[in-house]
Design a protein around this ligand. Structure first.
Ligand code: PMP
Length: 400
């Protein structure tokens, strides 16, 4: 019955790894997927995560029972505290409902489905460009995705005027997806001043913020600093949605651990919102997994482990920042034509190089360097060994 089925295309991001794995070259470099690698090019399990896992294994009181539909209650509480701040008035007033979801993607999807069912406006504005999965997630959830201007290729910075114009002309009450920090793929974030203007504009037009926080701690190295834009929106008393992922900042990629929070207008509304979130989740996957949130809760509840996490997180962020400088210096020393200062200005895991799809294809063909066709490279995949090879490849691509 499926004989006539069409071959689907590879995912534009995960497909890069598929192609990389097939390449037998010893010099190949995968800068496609945003996964942290050590200076030795190896995946990293944080020491504090290993410790938490040991503690869990050694605890005989732990069972493998189902979690409730909404997940591990303590994990949910701690996650809300992590992003909104321990002293958040919204938390103190019990206006925040948090449900454990399948990493960032699952949190976005559950939030999208909830909005499609219960919110009067079905249009969600997403930035151009954005993480390639965003439009698909929200469209399948039942929303209509439209775009707002975000990145200006001419300045390789934020198109702030375009953003303001587009959000100003969005219908009242529209949903707006905002990257909380370390915008993917551009690495360009608004300044605090610009965030404040965006907040004022959105609140004046009753635009509903849906924050995607996949990189808390990765932008500046500080969890609190990276959460500042979100906290500005919570501080004004208004409503918002928040999708959190622990994939990158705790290195828990495959454990699929994340949370969706909805900041509501009152405690009473929050109770009803939670009851409806359960109706979204139950027919989708019944209840979320147990191991990942148990690891996260073990770390977040213990001040010593929490501190160790922040040190390890900062070390990852700092290594990426140092790779930015090294790549910039390597291109400068090669005399590569063009202004490459955006490499050191951009924030987070990625550099939006400005290389076009032809140059990207050339670098894959001739240098076995793999990145997404929009010229995005994951800085986390770079190290002192493969960086000169990348600089050679970029130099060859722009001078050929
Ligand atoms: N949002 C953004 C902007 C991302 O870059 C990612 C990961 N690439 C995610 C969400 C979700 O990732 P995950 O589902 O692995 O948490």
């Amino acid at each position: 019955v499926f004989a006539g089925i069409a071959q689907a295309p590879e995912d534009p991001i995960l497909g890069v790894t598929v192609a990389f794995n097939k390449d037998p070259s010893p010099v190949k470099v995968n800068l496609g997927v945003g996964a942290y690698r050590t200076e030795e090019g190896k995946p990293l399990v944080l020491n504090v995560v290993r410790c938490a896992e040991q503690m869990l294994i050694n605890d005989p009181s732990r069972y493998k029972e189902y979690l409730p539909i909404t997940g591990l209650a303590e994990f949910n509480k701690l996650s809300a505290k992590l992003i909104f701040g321990a002293d958040s008035p919204a938390i103190q007033e019990n206006r925040v409902v948090t449900v454990q979801c399948l990493s960032g993607t699952g949190s976005l999807r559950v939030g999208g489905e909830f909005l499609a069912k219960h919110y009067h406006e079905h249009t969600i504005y997403i930035p151009t460009p954005t993480w390639g999965n965003h439009p698909k997630i929200f469209t399948l959830a039942g929303l209509t995705a439209r775009t707002y201007r975000y990145y200006d290729p001419a300045t390789r910075g934020l198109d702030f005027n375009g953003l303001v114009e587009d959000l100003s002309s969005a219908p009242l009450g529209s949903i707006v997806l905002l990257h909380a920090c370390a915008h993917n793929p551009t690495g360009v974030d608004p300044t605090v001043d610009q965030w404040e203007k965006i907040r004022q504009l959105m609140r004046s037009k009753s635009l509903l913020p849906f924050f995607d926080s996949a990189y808390q701690g990765f932008a500046s190295g500080s969890l609190d600093k990276d959460a500042q834009p979100v906290r500005m929106f919570v501080a004004d008393g208004g409503e918002l949605l928040m999708a959190q992922s622990y994939a990158k900042n705790m290195g828990l990629y495959g454990e699929r651990v994340g949370a969706l929070s909805i900041v509501c207008g009152s405690a009473d509304v929050a109770v009803r919102v939670e009851s409806q979130l359960k109706l979204v989740i139950r027919p989708m996957y019944s209840s979320p997994p147990l191991h990942g949130p148990s690891v996260v809760a073990t770390i977040l509840r213990d001040s010593e482990m929490f501190n160790e996490w922040t040190v390890e997180l900062k070390a990852m962020a700092d290594r990426i920042i140092s790779m930015r400088q090294q790549l910039f210096d390597a291109l400068k020393s090669r005399g590569t034509p063009g202004d490459w200062s955006h490499i050191i200005k951009q924030i987070g895991m990625f550099t939006f190089t400005g290389l076009n799809s032809e140059q990207v294809a050339f670098m894959r063909q001739e240098y076995h360097i793999y990145m997404t066709s929009d010229g995005r490279i994951s800085m986390a995949g770079l190290n002192m060994k493969n960086l000169p090879h990348l600089a050679d490849a970029i130099h060859a691509a722009v001078t050929k």
